[in-house]
Design a protein around this ligand. Structure first.
Ligand SMILES: Nc1ncnc2c1ncn2[C@@H]1O[C@H](COP(=O)(O)OP(=O)(O)OP(=O)(O)O)[C@@H](O)[C@H]1O
Length: 251
């Protein structure tokens, strides 16, 4: 019999630091399809958490469930952000409570310039970083402020999508595959900005196929497999543990 090693109780930080974002026994469905199958984890304020797993493991679904997108539908469980019950909220309310989701397709609004995309994020409170501060973090966006957003390169569009999230007053940034399709040199740039965002005290959860890259900046990692958590512990441990990487990440 092939006994799966249990890597899910490796977290020691979780026992010593209070949780900022907490997901408790979360179950979610697409119609009849049971996808998120009792997920529990904590994220601590200011940390970068990598949410990893093979294709189809349920990473995007977990992120979308936390952001209250409605698809998948959360049928059971609790999600708390800084003492606020996200599980009782719509996606709009969760965003107002401080969640900033940057989806995989980046959702840059066609027909609007870079600056207009940013201004649109600030039409209603809670307003976050000023547009000048965003251009300081992403000078390329400042140089291209009058360019239509959808004509930017893939890396620039990812920067615009992150900048748009920061234009609102967020506590947690949820990133879905931020490195997808980007050259290593652009990934370097995005990494630097994520480290800067961390220094500002913002908490980040990253879903990413490029596990090796994301583990280099992450403090902690969670590995999902068929809708459940099989590892919760330090990012360094995942990099060091060949068995774990081979079994769940195929790297
Ligand atoms: N809208 C949907 N309707 C029905 N099933 C879906 C839907 N979106 C995703 N699924 C299914 O849910 C499961 C988990 O998908 P999810 O996108 O969360 O995985 P993932 O770990 O992010 O995968 P990947 O790394 O390939 O993006 C998959 O089996 C997928 O086919």
């Amino acid at each position: 019999m092939n006994v799966r090693p249990d890597f899910s109780k490796n977290s020691n930080h979780a026992e010593t630091a209070p949780a900022f974002l907490s997901v408790w026994d979360m179950h979610a469905y697409y119609g009849e399809s049971y996808i998120v199958q009792g997920v529990n984890f904590n994220v601590h304020e200011g940390e970068i958490l990598a949410l990893l797993g093979r294709n189809g493991a349920g990473k995007t679904s977990t992120l979308r469930a936390i952001a209250r997108t409605g698809s998948p539908q959360v049928t059971h469980g609790e999600i708390w952000l800084d003492h606020q019950p996200l599980h009782n909220m719509s996606s709009y309310e969760a965003a107002a409570a401080g969640l900033g989701l940057v989806p995989e397709d980046r959702r840059i609004i066609p027909g609007l310039t870079v600056e207009e995309n940013l201004q649109l994020a600030q039409i209603a409170p809670p307003i976050g970083w000023s547009i000048d501060r965003l251009y300081d973090l992403f000078p390329r966006l400042g140089e291209r402020r009058k360019q239509e957003g959808v004509t930017l390169s893939g890396g620039e569009q990812q920067m615009l999508a992150i900048a748009r999230a920061l234009a609102r007053d967020i506590k947690v940034l949820l990133l879905d595959e931020p490195y997808e399709g980007l050259a290593p040199v652009i990934v370097d740039e995005i990494e630097k900005t994520l480290m800067h965002i961390k220094e500002q005290g913002i908490t980040t959860v990253i879903v990413e196929q490029n596990a090796v890259r994301v583990l280099q900046i992450a403090d902690r990692a969670i590995i999902l497999d068929t809708g459940g958590i099989v590892y919760d512990g330090s990012a360094a441990e995942v990099l060091a543990n060949e068995e774990l990487r081979a079994e769940y990440l195929a790297i």
